[in-house]
Design a protein around this ligand. Structure first.
Ligand SMILES: C[S@@+](CC[C@H](N)C(=O)[O-])C[C@H]1O[C@@H](n2cnc3c(N)ncnc32)[C@H](O)[C@@H]1O
Length: 238
């Protein structure tokens, strides 16, 4: 696909903030034809260092809560200010997705790129921990790194060059995710499908010079990518 909105983010000051395969391109594909209206209040769930949150504000006109566990909100606030964004547009928050500090029915939508697989693998997660904070009729857009076919019983040696079996436990195929999210009674599935973004987003990540990208190169250069994909999940709160 052509990443029209993401092009201008392909510069070092933004790419130095990515924490995995290019999240901006993943988010652009995830939100193609999205149903979230401009000015909506949106939670970027697992926002990392805030790049995807900036993208949501600047490219889609949402008001964004950049919610993340591992990153520091003060650092993210600095990054937002450097990009001329104010507290009216974007709010950094340290928040555990398992214990969100918001009022019920607060968000028009939730967007989550490359992080839901860390905390959303329990079938009770949606109804107990996330959907209560989404307004009726609101949307949840998720992009997760996945596997073409679950192969946890017989992990390919290429994947084990970069990741332990415990780390690979975070990645699953479409059938697995469909089973998990269909347990939710508070939401309905709008769409689950394999994304087109794969090689392109990995390429941007593997070019980075940080220790994680360097370690990931071992698997990917040995051909591990053929077992992996990204999965798009769209849910609507009933
Ligand atoms: C690979 S990074 C991706 C960050 C960002 N979405 C991006 O694509 O640049 C995964 C993120 O998931 C977040 N995360 C993991 N467990 C979490 C939890 N329980 N609650 C909130 N965020 C969590 C981490 O803080 C981390 O920033």
């Amino acid at each position: 696909m052509k990443y029209i909105k993401s092009e201008k983010y392909n510069i070092q000051k933004f790419m130095s903030k990515i924490m995995g395969p290019n999240p901006i391109k993943l988010e652009e594909e995830l939100l193609l034809d999205n149903k979230i209206k401009p000015n909506s209040v949106v939670c970027d769930l697992g926002s990392g260092q805030g790049l995807t949150s900036i993208f949501l504000v600047k490219e889609y006109g949402f008001k964004v809560y950049a919610s993340d566990l591992w990153s520091e909100p003060e650092e993210n606030r600095k990054f937002f200010e450097e990009n001329n964004l104010t507290d009216e547009q974007i709010i950094p928050i340290k928040a555990d997705a398992l214990d969100l500090p918001f009022e019920r029915n607060f968000f028009d939508a939730v967007v989550s790129v490359d992080s839901y697989n860390y905390f959303g693998r329990d079938k009770s997660y949606l109804d107990e921990k996330l959907m209560p904070f989404v307004k009726k009729g609101g949307y949840v857009y998720i992009a997760v790194p996945g596997m073409r076919h679950d192969c946890h019983d017989n992990l390919p040696k290429e994947l084990l060059l970069s990741w332990t079996p415990e780390q690979l436990e975070y990645m699953h195929d479409i059938d697995y995710w469909r089973k998990i999210v269909s347990e939710s009674e508070m939401s309905e599935i709008v769409e689950i499908k394999e994304m087109e973004s794969n090689e392109e987003v990995w390429k941007d990540w593997l070019e980075q010079d940080n220790e994680y990208a360097i370690s990931d190169r071992k698997s990917m250069e040995a051909g591990g990518g053929r077992y992996l994909n990204f999965i798009k999940i769209v849910l609507r709160k009933k």
